[in-house]
Design a binder for this molecule. Structure first.
Ligand code: AMP
Ligand code: ZN
Length: 666
């Protein structure tokens, strides 16, 4: 018979291997479903046997730990930056300098690699297990973001093959375009300002305190350098191949070449080909291949002499800044937009460029009439990257960020720590009102058939639609006279609105557009509070006690319901028959559970934590996350924190063991 320990060990090995096949080799041999089943089995076993904990278990991929402050730790080998150039002449000069050191006759081979545009990371492995992940920081010390890095699936937690007992490996953590666009689509749905570019977004993601959130970000990692005292290789290209054999993701775009002419060919090839890559690169890195030669060449204070980055010039044009306009989003976020003299970049005419926020304008020190450089990278909106100092506009025209909303005139606000200005006049500011209605009818909310965003604008302008509750008062005769409104489409529209009354509470709640209340949060809130009435009465404390609801969301909910205009609108919607209550399923609750509040803590013999929580909810109980005087039962598993226990006892709460819980149920 296999012991539990052996079982756990073999499950971990199997899962590490599947992870490798899926993420590194791109050749999965099991279905996602089978993978999830194995992972669940392991999770359960680990829960039941906390003594078998392993910080590098495949279960750690989903995140877990929250890091309040990242430790700053020294690098064993400094992390250098790279010298860079935009010109081929300078590359030739670089080779000349190298030959002065190595001798004119020296044969020099180069490894050419892509320069990934992300966040550099140094990973330490001991006996084939990931020990630590440090950011570059200032090159001599960086931040330990190990817990977050473990959630990145392309980073092996356990190595294969014949690796040295102790070494470091460096690479770049990147966010591919697809993930970046997907994250921005979610931001858009929430009415939040968009992320600027994949690199900043990757960097921000790695600094999140909650590793569960990091796990949800589609980050990847490419490795490109080994560091250590006794490496089993003597050249860069071998290093890449070895790293690949140990289970690291090393892209096969790297190439070993024998002359600087071949380097140029590589540069030329990727100049076009990079546009089709699923992630962003900002150039090519050229490294002298032989470690012996590298050692002879050594380092300057900042960078190795044996490597050079060739950066691609992003296509840049200069044009005149005519004006700045300000857009107001659904949540009131203000985005400054540069109005440009139209120019053609990469085949498209550009008239506008995003300036993101006030800081950006300040950084560029913009003046109206300035000649600005505009760049269009990949698929993102064009941006202003600089000002031509020779052709400056006059000082008097310095751009100062507006202080009042361009649409409604109210004073703008900027929260400390936030980059964006906001118009807080939610209920009267026209674009916010239109945006709210558009959000309400959207596919993920009420999904009203026959009604689109444009029609909302038209109806708003005609004075027929001022808030979402007006939707349910619309009459066919009112709409028919409007332009482009055929009889059939108007009937569809009215029918669509009527049908939306059937939508469940969670969709209605999401549709209200409360800041930070996305689809998932709306589902959680409706499940926990069951009705709008209960939700309106919930205190900040009650809300924070809900699983996965933080202070920021809780505050936003309380503020929303405190507003009398919102209250009035909800009343109206109720009177039109929208659903403001979670549908009660046809089953009986257990009398000992119904309406009672439960805290679940520790590890259990016969249940996973999730299963236990589900059961409590099914029996009619409510889960809360902290022990307070309002808690009815604390279900205490093994390893429940002593302070929690003490608190529960001092409050005189009923603390139930797993056994006692079974009795309560029967
Ligand atoms: P820079 O930030 O312009 O000084 O460029 C140096 C950075 O380029 C390094 O710190 C790495 O993060 C990054 N980089 C991206 N791809 C590579 C690569 N293939 N080899 C070395 N460094 C790279
Ligand atoms: Zn406004």
């Amino acid at each position: 018979m296999e012991s539990v320990e052996e079982k756990i060990r073999s499950l971990r090995d199997v899962l590490h291997e599947h992870n490798y096949r899926y993420y590194i080799e791109d050749k999965p041999t099991v279905s996602d479903f089978e993978f999830d089943q194995l992972l669940k089995e392991l999770q359960q076993l680990e829960l039941d046997h906390p003594e078998c904990f392993d910080p590098n278990s495949p279960t750690q991929r989903v995140g877990g730990g929250v890091t309040k402050n990242f430790d700053t730790l020294p690098h064993r080998f400094p992390m250098y930056s790279l010298s860079n150039t935009y010109s081929k002449e300078e590359l030739e000069q670089w080779e000349e300098r190298i030959k002065k050191v190595l001798g004119e006759e020296a044969a020099i081979a180069y490894t050419c690699e892509l320069k990934f545009d992300g966040v550099s990371i140094s990973l330490t492995y001991e006996n084939g297990e990931l020990l630590q992940a440090l950011t570059r920081g200032d090159g001599t010390q960086g931040d330990a973001i190990t817990t977050n890095v473990k959630t990145i699936k392309t980073i092996p937690l356990k190595l294969k093959g014949n690796y040295p007992p102790f070494f470091e490996i460096r690479g770049e953590i990147i966010l591919p375009w697809e993930g970046f666009h997907q994250m921005n689509a979610e931001r858009e749905a929430l009415g939040e300002p968009l992320y600027m570019n994949p690199r900043n977004t990757a960097s921000g993601s790695l600094k999140l305190q909650d590793s569960n959130l990091v796990a949800q970000r589609p980050l990847h990692c490419f490795l490109y350098a080994l560091a250590g005292n006794q490496l089993p290789v003597r050249s860069q290209f071998e290093a890449l191949e070895k790293a690949r054999s140990w289970g690291f993701k090393v892209p096969d775009s790297a190439k070993l070449v024998k002359s600087i002419d071949e380097v140029f060919k590589y540069i030329q090839y990727w100049e076009e080909a990079r546009k089709k890559l699923p992630y962003e690169i900002d150039g090519i890195v050229i490294k002298v291949n032989s470690f012996n030669q590298q050692e002879e060449l050594g380092f300057t204070a900042k960078a190795p002499r044996w490597a050079m980055a060739y950066k691609y010039q992003a296509e840049q044009v200069s044009t005149t800044l005519k004006d700045i306009s300000y857009q107001v989003g659904r949540t009131g976020a203000i985005t400054p937009v540069a109005q440009l003299e139209p120019v053609v970049i990469s085949g498209t005419t550009v008239k506008r460029a995003s300036l993101h926020n006030a800081d950006q304008i300040e950084k560029l020190d913009l003046r109206l009439g300035d000649t600005v450089y505009v760049e269009k990278g990949g698929e993102i909106i064009p941006k202003i990257v600089g000002v031509n100092p020779q052709k400056r506009g006059v000082l008097e025209n310095k751009v100062t960020f507006i202080s009042n909303c361009p649409e409604c005139g109210s004073l703008l606000e900027r929260e400390p720590g936030e980059a964006q200005h906001y118009c807080k006049n939610e209920t009267e500011c026209p674009p916010q009102k239109i945006g709210k209605i558009q959000h309400f009818i959207g596919r993920k909310a009420m999904d009203i058939e026959g009604l689109g965003g444009e029609t909302v604008v038209l109806l708003f302008q005609q004075g027929l639609l001022n808030s979402v509750s007006d939707l349910y008062r619309l009459k066919k005769e009112q709409i028919l006279p409007l332009e482009r409104m055929a009889d059939k489409s108007v009937s569809n529209l009215i029918e669509g609105i009527e049908k939306s009354k059937e939508k469940p509470f969670s969709k209605v709640l999401f549709g209200l557009g409360i800041r930070f209340v996305g689809e998932t949060v709306a589902k959680k809130l409706s499940k926990k509070f069951k009705s709008i009435q209960a939700l309106q009465q919930a205190s900040l404390e009650d809300l924070i006690q809900t699983d996965d609801i933080g202070e920021r969301i809780a505050e936003s909910v309380v503020t929303y319901f405190a507003n009398p205009q919102n209250q009035a609108m909800i009343k109206q919607l109720q009177s039109y028959g929208l659903r403001f209550e979670e549908e009660v399923l046809e089953h009986e609750y257990h009398p000992a559970f119904e309406g009672k509040r439960f805290v679940v803590s520790g590890v259990f013999q016969n249940y996973s934590r999730e299963a236990l929580k589900n059961e409590i909810e099914q029996l009619g109980g409510t889960l809360v996350s902290g022990v307070t005087a309002k808690t009815d039962y604390v279900i205490a598993g093994e390893g429940m924190g002593p302070s929690k226990k003490e608190k529960a006892e001092s409050l005189g709460l009923t603390v139930l063991s797993e056994e006692a819980y079974e009795k309560l149920k029967s």
